[in-house]
Design a protein around this ligand. Structure first.
Ligand SMILES: Nc1ccn([C@@H]2O[C@H](COP(=O)(O)OP(=O)(O)OP(=O)(O)O)[C@@H](O)[C@H]2O)c(=O)n1
Ligand SMILES: C[C@](O)(CO)[C@H](O)COP(=O)(O)O
Length: 248
């Protein structure tokens, strides 16, 4: 029987690129905030997980009724995503064992499927380093010259989009984030902090519709993805494996 993981959900961002009147985790899809959709997906996959929800200490919009987990805590988010995740790890020090698996998932990714969550957890259960959901890059990649023209076309073979969840053993992840923060290195995900320690996270192929809501057009897109996933579930197709792994 597999052990339920710790879940860390960074939800303390301000959504500046979205430019809405509130942080994007409080924008509604089908009448429910993004935050509630994301937590519902995580709960469906890991009903017994212990959740750390990172929120801006001044956040007055949050409603605990949106949290479906029996065991959860609110932790203060920090200035950057990495600071919010570090705050969650500090909050469970003494409770989490060094070898406990911690899955970190952006609140802004409500479309992650239960099948991808469960598969990631199963793959990481006996992985000594940890890893992340990721999707192979499907477009031709251009590098700009800084003046609006193409400088080069970059080879895309071997390039992946880093998604979440990203899952690592508590002790390793805490050491990695502490080292990155002390060195003043800007890390945008957990994997890059672990990579900086000389370890190689496992890439676990995930569905490309695990969209991070970032820009204004993403909200409607996420709504359409959720609707399509509901329809697929109703017709028994929801658990299709990601198609991207064979595309490169
Ligand atoms: N100080 C921060 C910054 C981000 N996040 C979280 O990290 C995830 C990914 O970050 P991003 O998409 O960049 O969200 P925002 O920081 O809200 O967006 P923006 O960068 O456009 O302001 C989001 O779930 C966000 O809430 C966080 O917990 N604490
Ligand atoms: C963690 C992440 O979602 C992986 O793609 C991403 O790095 C966070 O996004 P940000 O825009 O850099 O905060």
């Amino acid at each position: 029987m597999s052990v339920a993981p710790w879940l860390v959900v960074p939800a303390a961002g301000q959504g500046r690129r979205m430019g809405a009147d509130r942080p994007k985790q409080y924008l509604a899809i089908d009448g429910r905030p993004v935050l509630a959709h994301t937590l519902a997906r995580l709960h469906a996959a890991f009903p017994a997980a212990r959740l750390c929800l990172c929120l801006d200490p001044e956040d007055a919009r949050f409603d605990p009724a949106w949290v479906p987990f029996a065991e959860w805590r609110r932790v203060p988010g920090g200035a950057e995503r990495v600071d919010s995740v570090a705050s969650a790890l500090a909050a469970i020090a003494g409770e989490a064992g060094d070898d406990d698996l911690v899955l970190v998932h952006d609140v802004a990714r409500p479309c992650v499927t239960v099948a991808d969550l469960v598969r990631l957890h199963a793959v990481l259960a006996d992985d000594p380093v940890g890893g992340l959901l990721a999707a192979p890059v499907a477009d031709t990649m251009k590098r700009d010259d800084g003046a609006g023209r193409v400088a080069t076309t970059e080879p895309r073979a071997g390039l992946w989009h880093a998604l979440t969840p990203q899952g690592f053993r508590y002790g390793l992840l805490r050491r990695a984030l502490t080292a990155a923060r002390e060195a003043g290195v800007a890390v945008t995900d957990e994997a890059s902090a672990v990579e900086a320690l000389g370890r190689f996270p496992r890439l676990v192929s995930g569905r490309r519709d695990n969209l991070k809501i970032t820009h204004p057009e993403d909200l409607a897109l996420a709504g359409q993805i959720l609707a399509a996933q509901r329809q697929a579930t109703a017709s028994g197709e929801q658990d299709k494996a990601p198609s991207g792994a064979l595309e490169r």
